[in-house]
Structures are given as C-alpha cells and as structure tokens.
Design a protein around this ligand. Structure first.
Ligand SMILES: Nc1ncnc2c1ncn2[C@@H]1O[C@H](COP(=O)(O)OP(=O)(O)O)[C@@H](O)[C@H]1O
Ligand SMILES: [Mg+2]
Length: 525
C-alpha cells in the first residue's frame, strides 16, 4: 500500500496568504452578488447610496442619474452620475478600486455606507464577470479628470489608467462599468423598484432612471431642504460587543485603557471607569488599549452591563420626517388616504438609539400588482435605503405581519391596495445577514414598528369605515332615485298632481335627506 501520510512541511508548502480582495472575489455573494437580478440591483444600490451620502455630507441637494443599458445576454452597463463633491484624484483609486477603504470608517454616525466595501465590491464584480474595470469622471471644484480604474486583486491595490484632466466645469462623480451575470427585470427586486423606493424616503433628491428599453423615469424632489445632518457620536457602552470594543481599541490613539474608555464611549467618565475597574478586577486598566485581549474585552463588556449609565444621546438620528414622507407617498403612490407617524427615538440592547417612521397609503397606486389583483405591500427601509431582499427574516416583515389587520378594517392584507412604509434609522442597524437586506428581529425594534403601524392603522380604520358608510348611503340614494320618476307618474294618475311637480319635490326631499353625502363629496373635491 502506498504511504498516504504527508509531513507538515509538505502540507504547508501550499500555505498562502490571500488578499482581502481575493477573499471578496471568491465570496462575492457576501456582498449581495447572488442571482442576476439581485446583482444588478446591488450595483445600483452601492453607487446610489454613495452619491446620497456624499452629496448630503457636502450639503448639496442630490441630483442622481442612473442609466442601465443592455449589451448582450446577461450583460449590462451601469452609469451613475451625481452632483456631489467628487473624489480627489489622489484618493480615487483607494476609494473605488480597493475594499475596506473610505471616509466613513470608525465613525459612529448614521450614514448609508460604513464598511468601505461597496464601490470596491462593484469594481471587483465588474472584473470577475467581464475582465474590465470601471470608468470614472470626477470634478471637485479644484480639479476635474477622467480615468479607468482596475484592481490588482492579489495585492488589493488600485490600478489607475488613462488619467486625463478635463474642463474644470464638471462637479460631481460619474461611474460607469460593464457587468456580466446580471439581468434587468421590472420586478419587486429590480432596479426600477429600488429607484422608486429610494425616491420615497429621499424626497430631497431628484433621481432619474433610464431603463434598457429607453424609458425614462424621473422622480423629482418634493422637498427643497436637506434632512437634518446626522451627528457623529461616540457609542454607548451598552451598545457595544466584545469585537466592537477590540476594534475601537485597535483604532484608538489613547495611551491607557482608562483614557481610551473615557474618550471613545459616550457617558463614560473617570468615576465610571473607577467603578468599572472595581468590578472587573483582573484587567489592567493602565495598559495600552492595543494590548487588550479578547478575554479582557469580554470582561469589560460584561462589566459595562453592571454599571448604571445615563441613557445615550438620541440626537444622533436623522429621519425622513412625517411631512416629507406624506408628500413623497402622495406624489409617487397617488393614494386616496395617507397617514404617517414618526415615533420618538428609543434604545435597543440598552445603548443603541433608533427611531421608527411609518407611512400607510390606501388606494390609488398603493399596494403591489399580484396577477390581476392588488395585494398589500410592505416597503422596508433602513436609514432611508430600500431593502428588497431577504424579506422573510426581517424585523419589519415580522412586525407588519403580526398586526391584526382586521381591527383596522383590512379584512385581508394580501388583498387590499395598501402600502405600509417602514423606515428604521440608527447609527448601528443590526442587519441579520451579510447582504444587509434584513433587520435582525430585536424585540425593542419590532415593538416600536408595531406601535407605529397601529397608530397609523387606527386612522386608516376611521377613514375606511367612513368610506364604507358613505358607500352604503350612496347605493341607498341611487336606488331611491331610480324609482322617483315612475312613482311620480303613478301619483299623477291617483292625485291628478303633475308628475314634474311631484318629481321635483321628491328629489329635493331625498337630496336633503342625503345631504351629508353631497357635502362630503364637495369637501373632498
Ligand atoms: N459618489 C461619490 N462621491 C464622493 N465620494 C464617494 C462617492 N462614492 C464613494 N465615495 C468615497 O469612496 C469611499 C468608499 O466607498 P464605499 O466602498 O462604497 O464604502 P462606504 O460607502 O462604506 O464608505 C466612501 O467612503 C467615499 O469617501
Ligand atoms: Mg458605500
């Protein structure tokens, strides 16, 4: 028999280090590249969220244009242009053609992007499906240029080619790329729906989509002011996990664990650190925070839970706003009825602030097409970004499906023209998967969504029952009116009174009885 054993030396001859880009190339499903339709939506999502973040940070009302062209089977080009601050040429490679790079790292602030894998992920996806990088045009005010960007995947290094300066009149960023293994579909999960929903929660944005068939869909802004700027805050000790704490410790400039805790976290004072140190005895609070071990970090996080803290600052959140949602829903869904509520900020896991907004629309274009009929539709958002995938595992779906819709005069949610928009905002959205398409089912979050939906639901119920009463009256009125003419003629035979006269009197009598109906109809029009 052949000897099948191998020595460690032989085995480890194969030992290699992979670059982070290489890792994402092999695991692109982690970035949302799974399925042709989803992959295309992911690309548009990454570029559009970047444009929104950048324009808002620069204090510019965003104007975004998305163009998708079909180039061949499962092959499309995507073009996204914005009027934001642009990217300086010396960092454009790092920003758009490498991963884990960006301006939003270690910043505890409510923004759409955070991890620095969005734009680089798109470039990797372009490379692995077409072999081509992306083309960029940028104008910052100081300079304007165009270039081609690619990635040295093994080294996670950006490659910049054909860098040329252009007339310094262009402001903003254009990214353009060719992608394979993608498909344009006008479905619940497609780019059109993504753009439409983006318009619903970003009413300060004008967004235009040119579809592969040439159709142009424009969603003009309905709000002329930027949303309140989210504030950068330090995380609250109760909202922190062991690995978060270690991440923060590694990024910290502080020399001692004590000062690191005071400087990096909200509500942590010298006194609180002393109290903590007395609870967590076997951790050296005088050492360099970079020397904290996993076990130290775990002990500190457990210690945090035993100290009484002042609640976190709730001022860090940026919502769409009740009025804003109402106007956007009115413009886009053109419903018969809308009710919107923004709840007060709350806290989950003891230390992470979040806030829920809900809008209900009924009638008009509300709901979603379901064959020949219309079904209720749940429009999910996290920090104003539409969530189109992984519906089943999301806290929003769970909360909305848990509502007893009968109580709100909706016999079957699945059969009514109703749209329920739910936006959850937080510095730290607890996503339930790597694709960031579903919110984890935290009890406090589900509860808040339910309360908000119930509040809007009660108003919907009042509207629908009023509406039903009107319908009953209306059909009563119509039935009686149908007999008026015949009755008046018969009465002429019996009483000799002229049919026209009787008919006129009867009509005014009936109209007086049903005057509510006419008043309401007049008020509405
Ligand atoms: N349209 C844009 N305008 C200006 N800067 C941008 C734009 N898109 C991307 N960037 C910059 O590139 C960085 C990396 O983007 P990305 O990889 O999507 O990561 P993230 O959005 O998580 O920070 C951003 O942090 C930002 O600094
Ligand atoms: Mg991003």
């Amino acid at each position: 028999m052949k000897d099948e054993t191998k020595s460690a030396d032989e085995i480890f001859k194969e030992f290699k280090e992979h670059s982070i880009t290489e890792f994402f190339r092999r695991n692109s499903q982690m970035l949302g590249y799974a399925g042709k339709v989803r992959s295309l939506t992911t690309i548009v999502h990454e570029y559009v969220t970047n444009s929104l973040d950048a324009a808002e940070e620069a204090g510019i009302l965003p104007e975004i244009e998305v163009k998708v062209k079909e180039l061949g089977e499962n092959r499309y080009s995507v073009y996204v242009k914005d009027n934001g601050p642009g990217i300086p040429s010396k960092v454009v490679g790092k920003a758009l053609a490498s991963v884990l790079t960006g301006t939003k790292f270690h910043r505890y602030m409510q923004q759409r992007g955070q991890q620095g894998i969005g734009a680089g992920g798109c470039t990797i996806f372009a490379l692995i499906t077409t072999g081509k990088g992306i083309h960029v045009k940028s104008g910052t005010g100081k300079e304007a240029y165009e270039c081609d960007l690619s990635i040295d995947i093994k080294g996670n290094k950006p490659l910049i080619n054909n860098l040329t300066t252009i007339a310094n009149t262009f402001r903003g960023l254009v990214v353009e790329g060719e992608f394979g293994d993608v498909k344009y579909e006008k479905s619940e999960h497609g780019v059109y729906e993504y753009v439409r929903r983006t318009a619903l929660t970003n009413p300060h944005t004008t967004i235009k989509l040119v579809e592969p068939d040439g159709n142009e869909a424009v969603f003009p802004r309905s709000a002329q002011t930027l949303p309140k700027k989210p504030k950068e805050i330090n995380p609250h000790p109760l909202g922190i996990s062991t690995s978060d704490l270690l991440d923060f410790a590694r990024a910290s400039q502080s020399r001692k664990v004590t000062s690191f805790l005071v400087e990096s976290f909200a509500r942590v004072s010298q006194d609180k650190v002393k109290e903590l140190a007395s609870l967590v005895k076997d951790v050296d609070f005088e050492k360099d925070p970079k020397e904290l071990t996993w076990s130290d970090s775990e002990k500190i996080v457990n210690g945090f839970k035993q100290v009484k803290w002042i609640a976190p600052d709730l001022d860090s959140l940026s919502t769409v706003g009740e009025k804003q949602i109402e106007v956007a829903m009115q413009n886009i869904l053109d419903p018969k009825f809308i009710s919107v509520v923004e709840r007060k900020p709350k806290v989950f896991k003891g230390g992470i602030p979040f806030v829920v907004e809900v809008g209900i629309a009924y009638g008009g274009k509300a709901g979603r097409a379901n064959g020949e009929t219309v079904a209720g539709s749940i429009l999910r958002f996290a920090n104003k970004v539409p969530l189109l995938f992984d519906t089943g595992s999301c806290a929003i779906t769970e909360a909305v499906n848990g509502i007893e819709w009968r109580r709100y005069s909706i016999a079957r949610f699945e059969e009514e023209p109703v749209s329920v928009l739910v936006n959850v905002s937080s510095v730290y959205i607890p996503y339930s998967g790597v694709g960031k398409q579903a919110i984890a089912q935290e009890d406090e979050i589900i509860e808040e969504i339910k309360l908000a939906v119930m509040e809007t639901g009660r108003k919907l119920q009042r509207y629908l029952s009023g509406e039903r009463q009107r319908n009953v009256q209306e059909s009563g009125y119509k039935t009686i009116m149908r007999y008026v003419s015949q009755l008046s003629a018969d009465l002429e035979e019996i009483t000799g009174k002229k049919k026209e006269e009787t008919e006129k009197e009867l009509r005014s009598l009936i109209e007086r009885k049903y005057k509510n109906l006419f008043n309401e109809a007049q008020n509405e029009s």
